[in-house]
Design a protein around this ligand. Structure first.
Ligand SMILES: O=C(O)CCC(=O)C(=O)O
Ligand SMILES: [Fe+2]
Length: 308
């Protein structure tokens, strides 16, 4: 069975644009995306966060439902605490989760006596993941000759932190927890506990099961990056299928365009041979449309929403 390429990002802090090391990692990234639409970034520094992150998430998800619901729709938090089909899935998100001041109020709301280790741990993860995301984004833009747009894109990114919990389905029958989909944001980074389940579809259409190591951060391309690149990269189609009774925890960084920023393909990727495929759009406006449609039982997709 095909295996996702593993790319060594252990020298993340030392990788500098223009260096030989940078160019070598960049070409591995582009080669992996071309075939797999996805790759496994190996980051040794995340291993020391593994225990604290999953124990903080366990502490959060074990809180009573009424307590978790306190933060369900209060900005900068967004929660989902079921009921979903099967009632198996819960999640909580924080906008700009790399900023301690955004995560601390969540801990203060949930634990009246405070819980500084929860916010510290989650913020440390988001900071590390956002550094990795910026590096990968810069490499992708450079390889399309678009590096001058890197700062503009980074400045207009919301580094959303998301914690996900999947209850085990209590059966050995593979059970679909998340149907095949594309993420809507620019880039998603996923870090999971020992319970596997993520599957991704290669460019040739083959589905592969992801078996990450403790240092693996899985890199997924979302639809808005594909739109911004005028289709130069395909978004990663993926799903979650699990078995057994163990809880699956995933912490993710969902880098997405801020409201007010017009997502528009730069002129360098538009020419006679590559006409503009998508209308410029505002991501927050799209998300509002998306969520209204979802309430009516329709899952739209971004490329259809803004296609010309
Ligand atoms: O659980 C995972 O590994 C993937 C989650 C996912 O696809 C999503 O939240 O969009
Ligand atoms: Fe996803």
């Amino acid at each position: 069975m095909a295996k996702l390429p593993v790319i060594d990002f252990s020298k993340l802090d030392l990788l500098k644009p223009g260096s030989l090391e940078w160019d070598s990692v960049k070409s591995q990234v582009m080669a992996a995306l071309e075939v797999y639409n996805c790759f496994d970034a190996s980051v040794d520094r995340v291993v020391e966060l593994r225990k604290p992150v999953f124990s903080a998430m366990g502490e959060f998800f074990r809180l009573p439902l009424e307590t978790k619901k306190l933060c369900e729709s209060e900005k900068p938090f967004r929660g989902y605490f079921g009921p979903l089909p099967l009632g198996l899935f819960e999640s909580i998100s924080t906008d700009d989760g790399h900023v301690a001041e955004n995560v601390e109020p969540l801990a203060a709301k949930l634990w009246p006596q405070g819980n500084t280790s929860f916010s510290k741990t989650m913020v440390s993860f988001t900071q590390l993941a956002s550094e990795l995301e910026k590096t990968i984004l810069r490499m992708i833009l450079e390889s399309f000759g678009l590096q001058k747009y890197t700062d503009e894109l980074i400045d207009s990114t919301n580094y959303q932190l998301r914690a996900l919990k999947y209850q085990g389905p209590n059966t050995n029958e593979p059970t679909v927890m998340s149907v095949p989909h594309h993420d809507l944001n620019m880039i998603t980074l996923l870090y999971q506990n020992e319970v596997n389940g993520l599957q991704v579809q290669t460019e040739a259409g083959e589905w592969i099961s992801i078996m990450p190591s403790p240092s693996s951060i899985i890199v997924i391309i979302g639809e808005s990056l594909s739109v911004w690149l005028n289709g130069r990269l395909s978004p990663t189609r993926h799903s979650v299928i699990t078995t057994g009774c163990e809880v699956r925890y995933v912490v993710g960084l969902f880098a997405r365009p801020r409201g007010g920023y017009l997502v528009k393909a730069p002129k360098e990727v538009v020419d006679d041979e590559n006409p503009m495929l998508f209308k410029p759009y505002d991501h927050e406006e799209f998300l509002e449309f998306f969520s209204n449609q979802l309430h009516q039982g329709v899952r739209t997709n971004l490329r259809a929403y803004c296609s010309i």
